[in-house]
Ligand binder design. Structure first.
Ligand code: FUL
Length: 455
């Protein structure tokens, strides 16, 4: 049977009641809303991270800056293949490490000789960033760049004003030579320079430069300002996960202290700034490709689980898939990505029911809405969503089903945001389903619900 035929047109009975005092925290017009760039960022849902550089050739995770550029020589680098793989798996943006902590630049920069220009690759006239952005645009993917502030090679590192100039020049090269960049990724890891001195970064200058050169790009870091790190590299967003934060808790990238991890994981329901969470995690144990880890690539099941704990918790998944020494995506990674895509298609391709749930105030209790399914059905997964262009409001909800007169809980949760994926409790086929909004920080806006039968 065509699953779509389950979709019920009528038979909608509605009762919605809530205590206004419970969400009278801030008037609706004062709650933060996302920018157009933040909405586009979140709607992508999936981005691919590519860690590539001298570490790929030394088999290390963190280079110390003494690597010779002569080791960088991928024999069949094919950025178009990276982009095709990403696109086929349903990814919409790719982010490349233009420079990692070792300081080796994947583009021919004027700021240092420690770059592809000093390598044997393409006779020293290659530019990985150029090939990467061209491949993204050929495949219709959006482009992001990672530029490590920590630089273990540059002689000025630790001489703060001098290195800040170098860093600003590198950023300017990247943001002016390569067309539209949609996300600029600033890593929190930093330490001493080659001379043992510590660098003091000029973050206002860095962020200001991105705003000026690529006004439509989102800036990622622990401290945003547009997108925040989720607080771990395990692939797990918080629950609850508010897209709003208190900007005073994490002020600069790499800040440490108590309460920071929790603030990054959960955001803040009363936060004054819109700064949604990005979940960066690798398909392998390491960020860079290591041949010994070819047997440790995440399984399809594991990738699906990551999808539930990131996209399914109002975050974006930035999955790292590191190219090999040859400069291509390893066959094992490619096959897991294609399995990941097939599983998502099976799960979410044909919803059993789709509803846009409008809540209207009536009295003093929680808001709920219920409807009948045309045929008895066993939904296994629910996808709830708020329209984030109107902000984020739901703080607590329950999903219930009934096969006769008694209602049973199918799932419950805290925040919803762009997407909330729930695996539902098993039981007899259901005739009716209802969503109960127990708590909301403002008048609830419509919530959409999709039910799926596949596990
Ligand atoms: C970390 C870095 O130290 C890792 O090497 C990697 O780039 C990861 C995404 O961020 O802080």
């Amino acid at each position: 049977m065509d699953r779509r035929s389950f979709v019920q047109a009528g038979a909608l009975s509605m009762a919605a009641r809530w205590p206004l005092s419970r969400w009278a925290m801030a008037p609706a017009d004062q709650r933060p809303l996302p920018s157009a760039a933040q909405v586009a960022w979140q709607r992508d849902e999936l981005a691919m991270f590519l860690h590539f550089g001298v570490n790929t050739f030394t088999d290390r995770e963190w280079g110390d800056g003494t690597e010779s550029p002569s080791i960088f020589d991928p024999t069949r680098l094919d950025a178009r293949e990276w982009a095709r793989t990403a696109k086929a798996a349903g990814f919409r943006t790719m982010i490349l490490t233009a420079k990692h902590h070792d300081g080796f630049c994947l583009w021919p920069t004027a700021t240092t000789r420690h770059s592809v220009a000093s390598s044997p690759w393409r006779g020293g006239s290659g530019d990985v960033v150029r090939e990467f952005v061209d491949a993204c645009s050929a495949e219709g993917l959006r482009t992001g760049l990672y530029l490590s502030p920590w630089d273990r090679n540059h002689p000025t590192y630790g001489d703060s004003p001098a290195y800040n100039d170098v860093y600003a020049t590198q950023l300017t090269e990247l943001l002016t030579r390569y067309g539209k960049i949609v996300e600029v990724w600033f890593d929190g890891a930093n330490g001493e320079g080659p001379n043992g001195r510590r660098q003091v970064y000029d973050w206002p200058r860095v962020f200001g430069l991105v705003r000026r050169l690529q006004p439509d790009a989102v800036i990622f870091s622990d401290a945003g300002p547009d997108v925040r790190w989720c607080g771990n590299e395990r692939g797990v967003a918080g629950e609850p996960n508010w897209s709003t934060v208190d900007p005073k808790v994490v002020v600069y990238p790499g800040q440490s202290g108590s309460g920071i991890e929790s603030a990054l994981q959960h955001g803040n329901e009363e936060g004054s700034v819109w700064r949604p969470a990005e979940v960066d995690v690798s398909i392998r144990p390491g960020w860079f490709h290591h041949p010994a880890q070819d047997v440790k690539v995440r399984s399809v099941d594991n990738l699906v689980e990551l999808y539930f704990t990131s996209v399914g918790r109002n975050a974006k998944l930035l999955l790292n898939v590191p190219p090999t020494r040859d400069g291509v995506i390893h066959a094992v990674d490619a096959s897991r990505l294609s399995g990941f895509r097939s599983r998502r298609d099976e799960m979410f391709g044909a919803p059993l029911a789709v509803r846009r749930v409008e809540f209207r105030p009536r009295g003093n209790d929680s808001a709920h809405i219920e409807w009948e399914l045309r045929l008895p059905a066993r939904p296994r997964i629910a996808r709830l969503a708020e329209d984030i262009t109107r902000g984020q409001r739901v703080a607590s909800y329950r999903l219930e089903g009934s096969s006769g007169s008694r209602w049973q809980e199918l799932s419950s949760g805290s925040t919803i945001g762009h997407a909330k994926l729930d695996r539902l409790a098993d039981g007899p086929p259901l005739r009716r389903v209802r969503v109960v909004i127990e708590k909301s920080v403002d008048r609830p806006e419509p919530v959409s619900l999709q039910l799926f039968e596949a596990r």
